[in-house]
Design a protein around this ligand. Structure first.
Ligand SMILES: [Zn+2]
Length: 182
């Protein structure tokens, strides 16, 4: 069995041991710690897969997770643990699949989805994202890529990568009446 699959199953086992008491921030930290171990993978295809799916999250190792709101309720987390992890335990997973799954779960845990429907595709709801320097805030649609700037701050165009907004930014938005869904 591939070492990644083995460690993935061990991770799920550890999470299962805490079932019912798990919080978003705890789970995100678990996934982050698990992901980072593959940063130094010697196998070139593992490294490539890491770069595609997990490298983005290295950003959070330099931040305090308590800066993020983690608004999901217990039901959301319990369902995620039950259906996306425990019940989906299989043995034929490729590490590519595992990495993309972890990436997807971390993204769902740390981003804030609003109740505002994307006017472009009318299928997704807007997420609240920000740039690396936490200056501008954007409405972003994961489904069609539609991006709308909400703030008038000076734009930093040196890095177009976007990140989830912080608790502080969320508080500011809420004062302006922008509603998150969860
Ligand atoms: Zn859209």
């Amino acid at each position: 069995m591939h070492i990644i699959l083995k460690k993935w199953q061990k991770l799920i086992q550890e999470i299962e041991d805490y079932e019912g008491e798990i919080t978003s921030i705890w789970l995100f930290q678990k996934f982050l710690d698990w992901s980072i171990q593959w940063k130094v993978a010697k196998d070139i295809s593992v490294k490539e897969s890491y770069n595609s799916y997990l490298q983005y999250f290295e950003y959070f190792t330099a931040r305090h997770l308590s800066e993020y709101p983690f608004l999901h309720d217990k039901e959301f987390i319990d369902d995620l643990v039950e259906y996306d992890l425990i019940r989906s335990k299989e043995t034929n997973y490729k590490y590519d699949y595992i990495f993309s799954k972890i990436s997807n779960l971390m993204w769902r845990l740390i981003t804030i989805e609003t109740s505002i429907e994307c006017p472009n595709c009318k299928e997704g709801n807007y997420l609240l994202l920000t740039d690396k320097k936490l200056s501008n805030i954007y409405h972003s649609c994961d489904l069609c890529g539609n991006l709308q700037k909400l703030t008038q701050e000076r734009e930093y165009l040196d890095n177009k990568k976007l990140y989830p907004i912080s608790r502080e930014q969320l508080n500011l938005l809420q004062e302006q009446g922008v509603p998150p869904r969860e």
